[in-house]
Design a protein around this ligand. Sequence first.
Ligand SMILES: [Zn+2]
Length: 210
Amino acid sequence: MINQKITCRALLMVAGLTLTTNLITTAVAGVNDHKIACAGVEKALVDAAMEQARKDATATIAKLDAGDATTLQKFSRWLGSPTPTAIASARAHYERVVTFSGFGGVWCPVANSPEFGWNAGDFAGVHPAAPRDIFFAPQFFEVGATGLDSQASTAMHEALHTVGVLPQGTEQEVYAVPALEALAKQNQAAALRNAQSLEYLTTDLLYGGL
Ligand SMILES: [Zn+2]
């Protein structure tokens, strides 16, 4: 079941594509209501996850630069053929995570809301009305700090969205391992803009469990 889990509310997929101006205005007001500052233990955990995400991105870049056989094999599994162009594309995404270029803020909207509608298995999300901000779901605080499907990997996933790793057009985000492996083989360009693919390459390279 762990691979069935959705780690992200993929609300950015509809950003600007189907919402009318009026709806976006409403959404902006709604999402602003949920910019609740993380506090206490939650703030400490969020801060640690964001910092670990930066460290993991840095470590992933080092692995890509070394380019050993194991790294290339794992790259193939999650992101398709390890051509110099493909590796450079992935590397650029991780570099932007390191610096969080254009990054907004982190929020802890613990109450449920129509804007987010957290489901079981949702850890965090981004919202079209605040695309540089990360909103953490209550369940985020119940998973491990590092490794597979952890707080740190979730932070990296959402950070990737804030730096522009997003589905295009009618694409859906892909989360499950078999679907991720198929995507890498069949549509490398889509894999390279699928946050879960990049998240799992990092997990596979640094922590294993996949
Ligand atoms: Zn996502």
